[in-house]
Design a protein around this ligand. Sequence first.
Ligand SMILES: [Zn+2]
Length: 79
Amino acid sequence: MTTSKRLTSKSGITIPKDVRLSLGWQPGMSVDLVTTEEGALLIRPHVNHCRFCGGVENIRKYKDVCVCPDCAAKMKEAV
Ligand SMILES: [Zn+2]
Protein backbone atom coordinates (compact mmCIF):
# COMPACT_ATOMS: atom_id res chain seq x y z
CA MET A 1 0.00 0.00 0.00
CA THR A 2 1.36 3.41 -0.96
CA THR A 3 -0.16 6.65 0.32
CA SER A 4 1.14 10.14 -0.44
CA LYS A 5 1.16 12.75 2.32
CA ARG A 6 2.60 16.25 2.62
CA LEU A 7 4.73 17.10 5.65
CA THR A 8 3.23 19.78 7.89
CA SER A 9 5.05 23.05 8.62
CA LYS A 10 6.61 21.24 11.62
CA SER A 11 7.61 18.23 9.46
CA GLY A 12 4.86 16.04 10.91
CA ILE A 13 2.53 13.65 9.13
CA THR A 14 -0.77 12.08 10.03
CA ILE A 15 -1.10 8.41 9.28
CA PRO A 16 -4.37 7.94 7.40
CA LYS A 17 -7.04 6.19 9.45
CA ASP A 18 -7.53 3.37 6.92
CA VAL A 19 -3.78 2.65 6.97
CA ARG A 20 -3.68 2.80 10.78
CA LEU A 21 -6.69 0.50 11.09
CA SER A 22 -5.31 -1.98 8.57
CA LEU A 23 -2.15 -2.22 10.69
CA GLY A 24 -4.04 -2.38 13.98
CA TRP A 25 -2.26 0.74 15.28
CA GLN A 26 -3.86 2.81 18.00
CA PRO A 27 -3.45 6.56 18.65
CA GLY A 28 -0.77 7.13 21.29
CA MET A 29 1.18 3.95 20.61
CA SER A 30 4.96 4.25 20.39
CA VAL A 31 6.65 3.77 17.03
CA ASP A 32 10.24 3.55 15.86
CA LEU A 33 11.43 5.67 12.91
CA VAL A 34 14.12 3.87 10.95
CA THR A 35 15.99 5.34 7.98
CA THR A 36 16.91 2.93 5.23
CA GLU A 37 19.91 2.83 2.90
CA GLU A 38 17.53 3.76 0.06
CA GLY A 39 16.79 7.12 1.73
CA ALA A 40 13.36 6.05 2.94
CA LEU A 41 11.78 6.24 6.38
CA LEU A 42 10.27 3.12 7.90
CA ILE A 43 7.71 3.53 10.70
CA ARG A 44 7.06 0.44 12.79
CA PRO A 45 5.72 -0.40 16.27
CA HIS A 46 8.25 0.37 18.97
CA VAL A 47 10.53 -2.45 20.11
CA ASN A 48 12.95 -2.01 22.99
CA HIS A 49 16.49 -2.28 21.66
CA CYS A 50 19.90 -2.18 23.25
CA ARG A 51 21.19 1.39 23.33
CA PHE A 52 24.73 0.17 22.67
CA CYS A 53 24.46 -2.48 19.93
CA GLY A 54 20.87 -2.20 18.71
CA GLY A 55 20.06 -5.82 19.62
CA VAL A 56 16.48 -6.71 20.54
CA GLU A 57 16.85 -10.06 22.36
CA ASN A 58 16.34 -10.32 26.14
CA ILE A 59 16.45 -6.57 26.62
CA ARG A 60 16.36 -5.26 30.16
CA LYS A 61 15.99 -1.70 31.36
CA TYR A 62 18.24 -0.05 33.90
CA LYS A 63 17.31 3.52 34.80
CA ASP A 64 15.41 3.92 31.51
CA VAL A 65 18.36 2.59 29.47
CA CYS A 66 17.72 -0.60 27.50
CA VAL A 67 20.66 -2.99 27.41
CA CYS A 68 21.18 -6.54 26.13
CA PRO A 69 22.90 -9.25 28.20
CA ASP A 70 26.09 -9.12 26.06
CA CYS A 71 26.56 -5.36 26.46
CA ALA A 72 25.69 -5.58 30.17
CA ALA A 73 28.44 -8.21 30.59
CA LYS A 74 30.93 -6.05 28.65
CA MET A 75 30.09 -3.04 30.84
CA LYS A 76 30.52 -5.16 33.95
CA GLU A 77 34.02 -6.19 32.76
CA ALA A 78 34.90 -2.57 31.94
CA VAL A 79 34.18 -1.20 35.43
ZN1 LIG B 1 23.78 -4.65 23.29
